[in-house]
Design a protein around this ligand. Structure first.
Ligand code: MN
Length: 550
């Protein structure tokens, strides 16, 4: 497949600033450059040394004082408190953070989580269930900001309501007793990008002081799981949470890491993103988020917790195989639309909880937006994923009249459509992509940080790049562009689906590995995007080839 290499961030880095940053922080010029495309010069010190002391005071939230007063009053009066969360890793972690904090303060607290079939957010059914439990205070985590109607019902049922959320705010906010949302209009909190678990963590700090930092590993799982930018306060949460995860994790995460075989080497942000988060998500995606919640709380006996962890691993394996079979069918069906700029595929048997993950894979494989639909309650219910530069939300909005519901953003959306409207939607989106985008928008892009030569890829550089960790959204792992590399040796590994190579450029020779690329797909000379690393077995520097241009 044709690939266009693009520089990730075209911020001009003037040589004088690069020199000054390199000198001030005792770094190579290369690392100074990599830093300058990630953050402004004034923030480099804080970026290099994530420090809890640089976190903002939770009482900077406009409503924090009120929220703490209400919660404290309910605790001291012995009144019942209910937490309502979400079924994904962010929502479940947020619920666990607040539950454990309130429990330690001797609150009479219980947790309610929606099942996936009930859908995201507070519902009237949930509100009446919570009211019946005798709760006099409802605290939402990772949701609530778009639930004006349900919040009104909760208050009419006699409950006080504290909303903690991080989603974009609607024009009309719910009328609640306190609202903590860093994206709220007029909000005084200085950092907008907290995850739902991040907001819950700030509330926990406001309630329990430094004791709350015992839960920072859970806050890191929420933050990385929700794919919010790992910059500013999120970078501190992720870095310090990872540190704790490796030296003294909370019991539930410790058991899950053990069960998932993640403890052979230090866990990094990718270990959270690809090891822990999918297992926590599998709970709500395949069954009931309660299993993940109970595990994270760690309040049952060890055997019980191990059984929960085993269950999450098994559900995740099942999720993977369901996902693989959807991808396989999708790849086959996509052939019929090879010339189109958008894929709209449906199958009545596809699991509507998994189609989004499969859509991502198809978008990656074909460099065009993919919409995958399963069938539920009389409607095609689906998920869309798009490529950088093609706004799928706008495309759907433009065809609103064909849809029963839709929501999302430029890169990902969810939608439902009547059976008889699906082929009209496909035709309309095909037309829309032709009218609004250029051919280049549908050619695969691979983003790099800097062009360099193989000679400059050294153990020192690998060591320096580590200072930029943890990597994630907004602080992507470093990719180097190497042009005109010669392949001097190649051999198949992993049943022939991957390749091991010796590559050469300008007098330097190095080992390289290309995953999901067969030997016969590798040309004699190529441009590549490479991630440098140290080989675990022989200690040599080598590169992982992330993209190859033929
Ligand atoms: Mn969230």
């Amino acid at each position: 497949m044709r690939v266009i290499f693009k520089k990730r961030n075209n911020i001009p880095t003037d040589t004088e600033t690069v020199r000054r940053i390199a000198e001030t922080f005792n770094l190579s010029g290369k690392l100074a450059e990599l830093l300058l495309v990630r953050c402004i010069p004034e923030e480099i010190g804080a970026f290099l040394n994530p420090d809890i002391r640089n976190m903002h005071d939770p009482f900077l939230f406009y409503d924090m004082k009120t929220a703490v007063q209400i919660i404290s009053a309910h605790i001291s009066d012995g009144k019942k408190i209910a937490i309502f969360g979400d079924y994904d890793s962010d929502g479940v972690s947020a619920a666990a953070i607040l539950y454990l904090t309130l429990k330690k303060m001797n609150a009479d607290v219980s947790v309610f989580l929606p099942s996936r079939s009930e859908g995201y957010g507070l519902s009237l059914t949930a509100v009446s269930k919570i009211a019946q439990s005798g709760a006099e205070l409802l605290i939402t985590v990772d949701c609530g900001i778009s639930s004006a109607h349900e919040v009104r019902a909760a208050r009419e049922a006699g409950m006080a309501v504290v909303i903690t959320d991080h989603h974009e705010c609607p024009d009309e906010l719910p009328v609640a007793d306190a609202i903590l949302n860093p994206k709220r209009k007029g909000e005084t909190y200085p950092f907008r990008d907290l995850a739902g678990g991040g907001v819950a963590f700030k509330l926990a700090i406001a309630l329990a002081g430094k004791n709350a930092f015992e839960l920072i590993d859970l806050a890191a799982v929420a933050t990385i799981g929700d794919v919010v930018p790992l910059l500013g306060e999120n970078r501190i949460i992720a870095a310090k949470g990872l540190y704790k995860l490796n030296v003294a994790p909370i019991l539930g995460l410790d058991i899950l890491m053990e069960e998932a075989a993640l403890k052979k080497r230090p866990v990094d942000s990718e270990g959270i993103a690809f090891g822990l988060v999918p297992r926590i998500n599998a709970s709500g995606r395949m069954e009931d988020p309660r299993t993940a919640f109970e595990l994270l709380c760690g309040q049952k006996d060890r055997a019980q917790l191990e059984a929960f962890a085993k269950k999450l691993c098994a559900l995740n394996t099942k999720r993977q195989s369901v996902q693989e079979s959807i991808i396989k069918e999708g790849l086959f069906m996509a052939e019929a639309y090879a010339k189109e700029r958008v894929l709209v595929l449906q199958n009545d048997d596809w699991d509507t909880g998994i189609v989004g993950l499969a859509a991502s894979a198809l978008t990656g494989a074909f460099a065009k937006p993919a919409l995958l639909f399963g069938f539920r309650d009389g409607l095609y219910v689906g998920s869309a994923r798009s490529v950088p530069g093609v706004n799928i939300y706008e495309a759907l909005k433009n065809n609103e009249d064909l849809l029963e519901s839709f929501g999302g953003h430029a890169a990902a959306a969810g939608m439902s459509v009547k059976k008889e409207n699906l082929s009209r939607l496909r035709e309309a989106l095909k037309r829309y992509m032709l009218d609004n985008y250029a051919e280049e928008d549908f050619i695969k892009k691979a983003f790099y940080d800097m062009e360099t030569s193989l000679l400059e890829v050294t153990g020192d550089l690998v060591g320096e790049i580590k200072k930029l960790m943890p990597f994630g959204c907004g602080n992507e792992s470093v990719k180097l562009l190497l042009r005109e590399v010669d392949v001097i040796e190649k051999r198949p590994i992993g049943n022939g689906s991957h390749s091991r190579l010796r590559i050469a450029q300008g007098g330097a020779v190095m080992d390289a590995v290309a995953f999901k690329t067969k030997c016969d797909e590798i040309p004699a000379r190529m441009d590549v995007l490479a991630s440098p690393q140290i080989n675990d077995y022989n200690g040599n520097v080598e590169v992982v080839l992330d993209a190859i241009s033929i």
